[in-house]
Design a protein. Sequence first.
Length: 252
Amino acid sequence: MNQILVTQKIYVTPELKRKKKMYRLGFVLCIIVILLLTGLYIYSEYERYMGSTLADDLLGNIDFAEEDNGNTDTLDVELIEDALVVGITPEQTDNNENLNSTLLQDKEKNLINSGKYVATNGKEYSIIGIVEIPKINVKYPIIAETSDALLKVSICKFWGPEANEVGNLCLVGHNYKNSRFFSKVPKLSVGDIVKVTDLKGRTVQYAAYDIYTVDPSDTRCTSQLTQGRKEVTLITCTDDTKFRVVVKCREV
């Protein structure tokens, strides 16, 4: 019996005890890391869910003004530096022949034709219309400006004219790799329909005519040179977030 006790004492060395402590500490740290990552994932999913809830809330509160059928002005739009220059064509009345207006792309001017709505979180959002893509079951309000915080709430206007006006309305949305926002936009094909409803209640259909990916620094898809046509450009990330998916659409 004494020989067995001595043998056990010999094998339980200080080095072995130290290793056991290190293993236990490593195990505890692994558990903590797993709990932290799980917590971050749950919080991220909750934040995304709340963003979609706010979008649905805003969508249900949009009021459409009566459309002014007497307004038949046709606008030619071109991008000059930081301003969107709108020239009225000769098709209008003589009184409007020489009218030209420069719409600065700042926060105040960007909200000219938007409606302000208060969501359930108590915050006010400026909405310019609704974007709907039947093929991928997308229907969201369009927020009048873009920021990291607003992109978590709904689809945002990045650049261009107001909804359903001549020019290239550029819309951006997150790709959460699920069914929310623009996650399924990369699955669209040429010919698919995108509907935009403005605050006057006018719905215009646009058909996708070009789909491609670009580097995040490439902003050529936001060009306003549309030859007098109404266009919509959808922009989101690829699944790996390294590139941007661009879907160019034209009024049909």
